[in-house]
Design a protein around this ligand. Structure first.
Ligand code: PHE
Length: 346
């Protein structure tokens, strides 16, 4: 469109009208899309102020109507344009604000979800199994619910042995019991297998006794059983020595002291000479029992012409002293403050 001077003047004239200036200022000042829409309705809507003025043209005489009509149509166009421009600007501002609000700072350190880990007893057990499998032992497990036969009788406990007492053993109402040690697996394994063999048996055991810092009604043991021709006490010593060195370090000393268990002969208790991690003192750590498999046990499973050794010890005891944990009950309470300290300890 070619604008001639008259038209421009006419437009300028229209803008010069105080109400038009007022509207244009309101458009520029509209702080949001809602305010702007309200303004549009008020000025350009069906009952809007400009619409009213255009309607009023009908009452004018033709010359006046023509001039006023042109002027108000220009005003209308000018205002629509201003409103559209303001609308676009407001939408842009809104978008910028939204983007700024949603911006992610990729340089912020992330929040790590809590990570699970193996329980300290599992770690210690796994380490023990690693040591024994590397020495060629097979790992087997057995039932926690046992019979008198496997837990006591076949292990040469005489019928009146006090270990059967209900103060020590949990009995079920049908006459079975929660195994009090992992040794019943010696019998179960020998019933099912022929020598020679080397096995270790990790597992949970139960004792009905008062609980304190060093006693729990349930704990874990590791049992070892080696049977073959001409297996001797020297092999037993060697196995315990190997285990101690692998766990504590080269040169670790071990000791066997005579002791009594019905299913071994001779029987002994074994200990490891070590530096206590908390007190720094060197001392003997009594770990468990051991000995040469008793002939009565071989008899119970029908073995002839072989010898063997067995040993068994509490895994908790090893974990407690190894990591300076003062109370065995901490291991079973599920307190994350305790458990988390040993994540990846081994
Ligand atoms: N089972 C015995 C206990 O729980 C330990 C042991 C195992 C002793 C093997 C000798 C041989 O005390």
């Amino acid at each position: 469109m070619v604008e001639d001077g008259a038209a421009r003047r006419e437009e300028e004239g229209a803008e010069a009208l105080p109400e038009v200036r007022g509207w244009l200022e309101s458009v520029a000042a509209a702080g949001g899309l809602t305010a702007l829409q309200e303004l549009r309705v008020r000025v350009l809507g069906k009952k809007g102020e400009i619409t009213q003025r255009l309607k009023a043209l009908g009452a004018m005489d033709p010359d006046e109507r023509r001039a006023a009509g042109e002027r108000w149509n220009r005003v209308k166009a000018r205002l629509s344009e201003a409103i559209e421009a303001r609308k676009a600007a407001l939408e842009r501002e809104e978008l910028v604000r939204q983007l700024a609000g949603e911006r992610v700072d990729v340089t912020l350190p992330g929040t790590r979800p809590p990570q699970g880990g193996l329980h300290i007893l599992t770690l210690v057990t796994n380490r023990l199994l690693e040591v024994f499998t590397s020495l060629g032992y097979e790992v087997v497990t057995g039932p926690e619910l046992e019979t008198d036969h496997y837990n006591f009788a076949a292990l040469n406990f005489p019928p009146d042995h006090p270990a059967r007492d209900s103060q020590d053993t949990f009995w079920t109402t049908d006459g079975r019991l929660l195994r009090t040690h992992t040794s019943p697996m010696q019998v179960r394994y020998m019933e099912e297998n022929r020598p020679p063999f080397k096995v270790v048996v990790p597992g949970r055991v139960f004792r009905n006794e008062a609980q304190d810092a060093t006693h729990e009604a349930q704990f874990h043991q590791l049992e070892a059983l080696v049977v073959g021709e001409r297996i001797t006490m020297a092999d037993l010593r060697g196995a315990i020595q190997e285990m101690a060195q692998a766990l504590i370090g080269p040169g670790t000393r071990t000791r066997l002291q005579p002791s009594y268990f019905p299913f071994v002969e001779p029987g002994a208790e074994f200990a490891i000479w070590w530096t206590h991690p908390r007190t720094g003192r060197e001392e003997w750590l009594e770990l468990g029992g051991c000995g040469m498999v008793h002939p009565k046990v071989f008899e119970a499973v029908g073995y002839e012409g072989v010898t063997g050794f067995a040993f068994g010890f509490g895994i908790e005891r090893l974990a407690l002293v190894r990591y300076g944990i003062p109370d065995i009950r901490y291991l079973f309470q599920g307190d994350m403050r305790i458990l988390e300290q040993f994540r990846g300890a081994l």
